[in-house]
Design a protein around this ligand. Structure first.
Ligand code: HEC
Ligand code: HEC
Length: 562
């Protein structure tokens, strides 16, 4: 602990108090071959400590002025008393269905939260605990000690931590989050619950009742839509629709704007226009200079942007949020440092090195450099080092250097356009906010998406910004022959992952029990979910293949090593 304090004070003199800040402007450049992995240029020990503290903030929501807190003890009573609880009976009656869970862990499971790892796991899988003990809650659940009592909310890790074959990974996309559905439900039912009834039915204190009342009021300024399918996220419409519930002054004051009848009848576009996308992995940040799948956040620290978006989605007062940001620079610095320092797990962290066709991967590198590197960058391999024959197989498979673009490009390769089109709906309203100006964040609508760096790509299935392609075999297939349906199942067992195709099993290989989960069935014929585009590297205009099947297999072997 003393160590941490010493380092923090060092930090506040060397990083925070100094004028020096990373370049967050739209002119920012990352010299190809270098990275911003250590974005505040800390020494090794400092970085290690700061990364740990930063992850803790990402796991336990640090924003004490947050608009959404659910009184924790009353919630627990509500869930665990089951039939006895009058509030539960009331909610189940108006919802006309039973809640599927009867305790906190059941709710976390429903929310798609993943479990904390044990303490003694290899480095890549290490995730710090917010308290001194292994938490009995899951990653993303945040239980904050507030003056009014314990309040629960969720954190960055809800969407940005995932599991693969039973191992938890920080910065990996959560493949099955229900954060947005949670809001849709809260929006629907919470306003119907009188605060007095809430208190009596759950045994809440007066403080907890006040917390409930505040959340209930904030929910008036929140609007959300449920994702089309499990695994996708609707944060973007959520922010846009919530902003539209407020006044259009520079602090988006929480008063319902006055609208004409005609305006009232008109539904905001993003209520129905599908703009779902997946949470993105954190280990690519170090290579990039602009943010989000469409690269539309062209300036500003992306971590601040994420706090703003999250809090707009929770009905928070923006003056209070701005003050919180100004007063908590250290927290923001730590979480920024941590996110940028996140490392991609490797194939060999899960599977033996000899499960990769080594010679095939080397041939695949040639194919990649011919067809893919101009957009996705170059990945130098251990096998090309002068002393490669002295290295172990695992060492030869490592990536020794990534050479990505100096400035992150956006390309339109014909994939589903909805997500980039949706940015137009609210970039103006966001840029206008006083807090955006203070954050120096600029959102500019784009045409197309960022070709992402491909480290850890074997873990990022299903592919493309909208999850529409279940595995790399399908990505290399002509769009007309890509599977129209697959299931976003929980990849907990090895047989639930197709090692050859790199991703979800398709067709007959889909485990039977997965089909039972209707909300996990991906239908790539729906608007916003189309599995089109990204085929020019594989097929010419007449649909004639540019690669043989053997070359595609080699290419997949190579991609596994990234
Ligand atoms: C409810 C789910 C959710 C939560 C909670 C969440 N994010 Fe995200 N995040 C997303 C989604 C979805 C995207 C990608 C959106 C897109 O580009 O279409 C994203 C994108 C990002 C990106 C941009 C990545 C890139 O390569 O450009 C960063 C950085 C990020 N999130 C950090 C955070 C941080 C920090 C927090 C906590 C303050 C957070 N997120 C909380 C869903 C979430
Ligand atoms: C003209 C630029 C361009 C070329 C060439 C290109 N890609 Fe892409 N790639 C993109 C863009 C843009 C995206 C993001 C599209 C989206 O999300 O809708 C992408 C996405 C991907 C993804 C999905 C990543 C993820 O996390 O979901 C993979 C895998 C991929 N490309 C592999 C390849 C391979 C392999 C090649 C070479 C055969 C290649 N790409 C050639 C532009 C390109």
């Amino acid at each position: 602990m003393r160590n941490v304090i010493a380092i923090l004070s060092l930090l506040s003199t060397s990083v925070l108090a100094s004028e020096w800040q990373p370049d967050w402007s739209s002119n920012a450049k990352v010299k190809p071959g270098t990275t911003r992995e250590n974005i505040y240029q800390l020494d090794e020990e400092q970085l290690k400590e700061v990364k740990k503290d930063g992850y803790i903030h990402a796991l336990k929501w640090p924003v004490t002025v947050t608009g959404l807190l659910i009184p924790y003890e009353p919630l627990k009573n509500f869930l665990e008393e089951e039939k006895k609880n009058p509030l539960r009976r009331f909610v189940e009656k108006i919802a006309e269905r039973k809640l599927g869970y009867t305790d906190m862990d059941g709710m976390y499971e429903w929310l798609g939260l993943n479990k904390y790892p044990e303490r003694d796991v290899p480095d890549v899988f290490q995730i710090p605990y917010p308290e001194d003990y292994k938490p009995d809650y899951r990653m993303g659940a945040s239980i904050l000690d507030m003056p009014n009592g314990k309040g629960m909310t969720y954190s960055c890790a809800t969407c940005h931590s995932g599991t693969f074959l039973g191992k938890s990974v920080m910065g990996l996309t959560n493949k099955r989050p229900r954060a947005n559905e949670f809001f849709v439900m809260a929006k629907k039912y919470v306003p119907l619950i009188p605060s007095g009834f809430f208190r009596v039915a759950t045994g809440a204190t007066h403080g907890e009742k006040a917390m409930f009342k505040k959340t209930k009021n904030n929910l008036k300024f929140v609007d959300a839509v449920a994702p089309q399918v499990l695994g996708l996220d609707t944060s973007l419409p959520h922010v846009s629709l919530s902003l539209a519930k407020r006044m259009d002054d520079e602090y988006a004051t929480k008063k319902s704007p006055r609208r004409s009848r005609r305006q009232q009848r008109q539904k905001p576009k993003l209520k129905t226009f599908v703009a779902d996308s997946k949470p993105m992995p954190w280990w690519n940040l170090k290579y990039k200079t602009r943010w989000l799948s469409d690269g539309s956040v062209v300036a500003g620290n992306p971590i601040l942007t994420n706090f703003l978006w999250n809090e707009l989605g929770r009905g928070t007062d923006l003056k209070e949020l701005e003050k919180w940001m100004k007063d908590n620079q250290e927290t923001i610095t730590e979480i920024t440092a941590a996110a940028f320092a996140t490392k991609a797990p490797r194939w060999t962290d899960f599977f033996p090195a000899d499960s990769i066709d080594y010679e095939g991967a080397k041939r695949g590198e040639v194919v990649f450099n011919e067809s893919c590197k101009k957009c996705h960058g170059t990945y130098e391999k251990g096998w090309s080092l002068p002393n490669a024959n002295e290295l172990t197989l695992e060492e030869r498979l490592t990536t020794t250097k990534v050479i990505y673009h100096e400035q992150t490009p956006v390309k339109d390769v014909g994939t589903d356009p909805n997500r980039w089109m949706a940015t137009k709906e609210f970039s103006g309203a966001l840029n206008k906010l006083a807090i955006s100006k203070w954050m120096k964040t600029v959102v500019e609508p784009q045409k197309g998406y960022v070709p992402p760096p491909l480290e850890g790509v074997f873990l990022r299935y299903p592919y493309l910004h909208n999850n529409s392609v279940p595995n790399l075999c399908a990505l290399m297939e002509h769009p007309s022959r890509r599977p129209k349906q697959f299931v976003q199942g929980p990849s907990t067992k090895p047989e639930h992952y197709d090692q050859d195709c790199v991703g979800y099993p398709v067709g007959d290989k889909i485990p039977k029990e997965w089909w039972k989960e209707k909300e996990a069935i991906f239908n790539a014929t729906k608007p916003g979910l189309l599995n089109i585009g990204h085929s020019k590297a594989f097929y010419d205009e007449n649909g004639k293949p540019k690669m043989t099947e053997a070359q595609k297999k080699d290419l997949r072997s190579y991609l596994k090593t990234l």
